[in-house]
Design a protein around this ligand. Structure first.
Ligand SMILES: NC(=O)c1ccc[n+]([C@@H]2O[C@H](COP(=O)([O-])OP(=O)(O)OC[C@H]3O[C@@H](n4cnc5c(N)ncnc54)[C@H](O)[C@@H]3O)[C@@H](O)[C@H]2O)c1
Ligand SMILES: O=c1ccn([C@@H]2O[C@H](COP(=O)(O)OP(=O)(O)O[C@H]3O[C@H](CO)[C@@H](O)[C@H](O)[C@H]3O)[C@@H](O)[C@H]2O)c(=O)[nH]1
Length: 459
């Protein structure tokens, strides 16, 4: 099938590459000329495991192309995927300017029939707005021969596992209308997703508004589980309970399950923080107050400060003269994405108190340099107290403590004797509970995890 993908970020590029891999003829549009140039020169603008291989293969076989030419991109695909960003507006609602600009371009240039698929995460009612924008453009052109249908097909991939998630989805949610053009669109979308349904049916058909809502419901549920566990972890620290034992104890109940129960130093990324906010904002428009989600958000804001609070409790309010090693900058492993990363909150706290910090991340260092330069644009003196090191062990040299923010695999089995000899004090603040507190105590390392202090205070 001929497919256009509008927006070549994490979702658009993965969608385009995976659909090309399945034999479709895909043209990806982005207005960011730099991104398109990187892609056309054989590069990949983001770090996503496995993506480079399928992009290269499908560029080579001619099924995957990249352009900044809007008219050509609209002409190309019978199916037009909208996969542009929906960042939070100032009031927390999803900013639809990029989605509506994409819709406007479709209306301006389309001929014949198009299926427009909203893959971006968008609030209930957005498909209707997209339809109105396209219809207005068509009516301005008096293009009576054109017709279209807007379908909602939210994306559930996780960064760091995006290709795998796209190729083997838990579910494909599709919201479509049942009028004549809607049914035509449905048939094309069904055909597009047929290869994903070979072993079992993964597609859930529903009305457009329910599909839009399902995306927010999924992220809100997952964020709720994390904040719930983080709140319990903080209580566990007070009452002498090991949150990891509790996680195993409750996760074994199939009604609860083991996934997404890890306490830590808060959730980040481009989705949970903004989608929880946007759903709360939708509720407010209808005079509803989502009490649970408000709490989820504020628990998470607090959780991003937990490591900083533990460090201050240990070393004092004034951290001038203290040096720390920080492992992990990205908001989670296997990505270079720094959006809403907990590391940014911790760095702000420690640098504002005078500390110096050596930081390491296996892939997010370039992105961190870019993002932190913006975060600390008004405090160049604080920014200058960050040192980037290419080997994690080098960061620990003469540091007062090691701080772990992202659970990269490469951090799971360090040489503890080298670590102890390099650190000024053998202390670890572990925001992702990578190590066993008892093992740390046996090694003579002072260990501060999240919700695990019973096991270290006992000694
Ligand atoms: N990142 C994820 O893991 C993920 C997962 C599921 C859903 N989503 C949702 O998918 C959407 C996209 O997220 P992302 O992380 O891929 O965003 P992103 O910021 O990585 O990429 C968006 C791209 O769209 C381009 N763009 C903006 N306006 C355009 C236009 N009018 N025409 C062409 N290109 C345009 C931008 O230049 C950018 O390259 C968001 O709504 C997000 O919430 C993201
Ligand atoms: O038990 C857990 C699981 C995750 N996290 C944190 O939660 C954040 C988000 O993690 P994850 O969900 O793995 O990454 P995302 O790539 O943001 O994916 C989420 O957001 C996407 C965008 O909407 C959705 O498509 C995915 O289904 C949804 O998992 C990260 O900071 C993790 O460290 C925890 O603290 N504890």
């Amino acid at each position: 099938m001929k497919i256009t993908i509008i927006g070549t970020g994490y979702v658009g590029l993965v969608t385009g590459a995976c659909l090309a891999e399945l034999g479709n003829d895909v043209l990806c549009l982005d207005l960011d000329a730099n991104k398109v140039a990187i892609l056309n020169n054989g590069g990949i603008p983001i770090h996503e495991p496995g993506l480079d291989v399928i992009v290269a293969a499908n560029r080579a076989n001619g099924r995957l192309k990249f352009t900044t030419d809007v008219a050509a991109s609209v002409a190309h695909g019978d199916i037009q995927f909208i996969a542009v960003g929906t960042p939070p507006d100032e009031d927390g609602s999803a900013d639809l300017q990029y989605v509506l600009a994409a819709a406007k371009n479709i209306g301006k240039y389309m001929q014949g029939f198009k299926v427009v698929i909203d893959k971006s995460t968008v609030p209930v009612g957005t498909a209707e707005k997209v339809s109105k924008v396209i219809a207005a453009e068509l009516s301005q052109r008096n293009a009576k021969e054109c017709s279209f249908s807007v379908v909602s097909n939210p994306e559930f991939l996780k960064e760091g596992a995006a290709v795998e998630d796209f190729m083997r989805p838990d579910r494909i949610v599709i919201g479509s209308d049942n009028d004549a053009v809607g049914l035509h669109a449905k048939a094309l979308v069904k055909q597009l997703y047929t290869p994903f349904n070979r072993n079992r049916e993964r597609t859930y058909w529903m009305d457009v508004r329910s599909a839009e809502f399902t995306k927010y419901a999924a992220n809100a549920m997952l964020a709720t589980r994390i904040s719930f566990m983080n709140e319990l972890a903080n209580l566990a620290d007070c009452v002498g309970v090991d949150i990891e034992a509790v996680r195993h104890g409750i996760g074994s109940d199939p009604r609860i399950g083991h996934s997404f129960l890890y306490a830590g130093c808060g959730y980040g990324g481009s989705c949970f923080p903004k989608d929880v906010q946007a759903l709360e904002r939708t509720a407010r428009e209808y005079d509803q107050d989502l009490l649970i989600l408000r709490a989820v958000e504020s628990v998470n804001d607090n959780q991003k400060q937990v490591l900083g609070k533990k460090i201050i409790a240990r070393f004092g309010e004034n951290l001038a003269g203290h040096h720390f090693a920080l492992w992990g900058l990205a908001f989670k492993p296997n990505t270079d994405d720094m959006r809403a990363a907990s590391s940014r909150v911790l760095l702000r706290e420690l640098l504002s108190r005078g500390a110096t910090i050596s930081v390491h991340d296996p892939v997010a260092m370039d992105e961190a340099r870019r993002v932190l330069a913006l975060d600390f644009a008004d405090q160049p003196e604080q920014l200058a107290r960050i040192t980037y090191v290419s080997n994690p062990m080098d960061a620990t040299n003469k540091a007062d403590a090691l701080l772990i923010v992202t659970e990269w695999k490469a951090y799971r089995s360090p040489d503890f004797s080298q670590l102890k000899s390099q650190l000024k004090n053998p202390i670890i603040f572990d925001g992702r509970n990578l190590f066993d507190p008892q093992d740390m105590t046996d090694l003579g390392i002072e260990y501060h995890g999240i919700g695990r202090s019973v096991l270290t205070q006992a000694k």
